[in-house]
Design a protein around this ligand. Structure first.
Ligand code: CLF
Ligand code: SF4
Length: 476
């Protein structure tokens, strides 16, 4: 057992398998809020990966570590493996591509930054891209995949930008094992090798995880299975990350061919067999839920998992004129609502509503304090979360709203296609403006559980949409 693991086990107070920890953030404590967070993420939810698409924006060329299985110089459009990319993008190009893909693939629910280097070793490019995405595409989830070396100092920015899914590649929790996987790490201006570098990387990953957990970010751990190096060690990694609160463990087979030019490829390190992958996942499965549908995507992958449409969206193929994103977003919401509720949103009695909520369980947020709204479809088939929309917070006051009209107008425009907006409190100004656009403001269910409240509200509604609009405007 490593020092780190020992410390974590002491904190946990349990060494039992499966659900022994029982801490508030244990992987087995699968709350409704977590379920809703992963419902539309094709990597975090096995049932979502047939329904929703992801795209990666390759804006991060540099890396602060050198793994023995990576050669970022290699570029082949016909192969799929991490660290490989055809077209490096600047921030403006990345946003242009994201808008084009969101318009062409309405099932796109997640945009990730995953390379071709490490996103957090390219902080300006990564954070500028995430910030641009947040305002240009308010309905997409943002995702980051990192080696974790620069994670602790990045968590505040990631949280501020609304990133609530982070993947950390953690191949070992023991510096002896880790030292055999990395050539070097570059930290605070110094290059470290061997066990010293490996220990720094592990410590940074653990501290980064701790800070992510504090902020309610869902953590997935990727581990590359390297036969003879960490195959017998990954169950210990699973045990450790369970105690730290990770949500999912993704054990991926090493890809190692001589023609890739990696250290492992050139030195005869073999790939694991399918049976070895299954065995290791089974051992780790005693501690952590295992991901089995990973496609080991390229850093510029586009489309459903398992398909790669990146070449359809190369820079030269992007449309010169961007479509108005409000119309694109409304279409995307309709399509995603139909996917999420298996067509129920097309029913005459279906309603789309926005809910101001902090953790996704209770209607507990003032309209002006909300930074994101959860979008639900309600119909005779039930209440279904179909997405989210991010907004700028326009009121900083604790009691009365110090309205910023321009920001509030942006928020109102973003919600103009909703049938109703639920929140705990709402000023007279935005109330009247919502009503004027045919959106029903609802505060009657403040502090109540979302699903029960939406069901109760829906049961009171006229069952024809035309009637609803007349009702809201006070005509009927
Ligand atoms: Fe991309 Fe990774 Fe986000 Fe998914 S991929 S940054 S979590 S949106 Fe998914 Fe691709 Fe496997 Fe990654 S299938 S390689 S796990
Ligand atoms: Fe390559 Fe990623 Fe490893 Fe950096 S962290 S060397 S980009 S695989």
């Amino acid at each position: 057992m490593t020092n780190n693991t020992a410390v974590m086990r002491q904190k946990c107070g349990s060494q039992s398998k499966g659900n022994g920890c029982g801490g508030a953030h244990s992987a087995t404590d699968f709350s409704m809020a977590q379920a809703e967070k992963v419902a539309h993420h094709p990597c975090y939810s096995p049932s979502a990966h047939h329904k929703y698409a992801r795209m990666h924006l390759a804006v991060a060329p540099a890396c602060n570590v050198q793994c023995h299985y990576c050669n970022r110089k290699y570029d082949c459009a016909n192969e799929s493996r991490p660290g490989v990319v055809s077209e490096l993008l600047n921030v403006e190009q990345a946003l242009q591509k994201a808008r084009a893909v969101a318009a062409a693939i309405p099932q796109l629910s997640v945009i990730g930054i995953a390379g071709p280097g490490d996103p957090l070793a390219n902080q300006t490019r990564t954070f500028d891209t995430l910030e641009g995405l947040r305002s240009a595409l308010p309905d997409v989830k943002l995702c980051v995949s990192t080696n974790g070396l620069a994670l602790p100092q990045s968590v505040d920015s990631l949280v501020e930008l609304g990133v609530d899914h982070v993947t950390i590649t953690m191949n070992a929790i023991d510096a002896h094992v880790s030292a055999g996987i990395y050539d070097w790490i570059y930290f605070d201006g110094i290059r470290y090798r061997g066990k010293e570098g490996a220990q720094i990387l592990i410590d940074q990953q653990i501290e980064g995880m701790r800070k992510l957990m504090e902020n309610g970010v869902l953590i997935k751990i990727n581990s590359v299975l390297i036969p003879g190096v960490n195959d017998l060690h990954l169950a210990e990694v699973s045990h450790a990350i369970r105690d730290m609160g990770a949500f999912l463990h993704n054990i991926m087979p090493l890809i190692s061919k001589p023609e890739h030019g990696t250290y492992y490829g050139l030195n005869g390190q073999r790939e694991p067999t399918a049976e070895e992958v299954t065995q290791v996942r089974e051992r780790s499965g005693a501690f952590m839920p295992q991901m089995a549908h990973c496609q080991q995507c390229r850093a510029d992958a586009v489309g459903m998992l398992g398909e790669d449409r990146s070449q359809e969206f190369s820079l030269s193929a992007l449309p010169e004129q961007q479509q108005d994103y409000s119309a694109v977003m409304q279409q995307r919401t309709r399509v995603q609502a139909a996917i999420a509720s298996a067509g129920a949103s097309d029913d005459e009695d279906a309603r789309l509503v926005a809910v101001a909520t902090q953790q996704g369980q209770v209607i507990d947020q003032h309209f002006g304090h909300a930074k994101r709204f959860h979008i639900y479809s309600i119909s005779s088939d039930g209440v279904t979360l179909v997405g989210e929309r991010h907004v700028a917070q326009y009121c900083q006051g604790q009691t009365e709203c110090d309205d910023h009209d321009d920001v509030m107008t942006d928020t109102l425009n973003l919600l103009a296609d909703m049938d109703a907006v639920f929140c705990s409190r709402l000023g007279l100004g935005p109330w009247q403006k919502l009503e004027a656009t045919g959106v029903q403001p609802v505060v009657d269910y403040a502090w109540q559980p979302i699903r029960e409240a939406l069901t109760a509200w829906w049961q009171l509604q006229p069952k024809d949409k035309h009637d609803v609009k007349l009702h809201v405007r006070g005509v009927a």
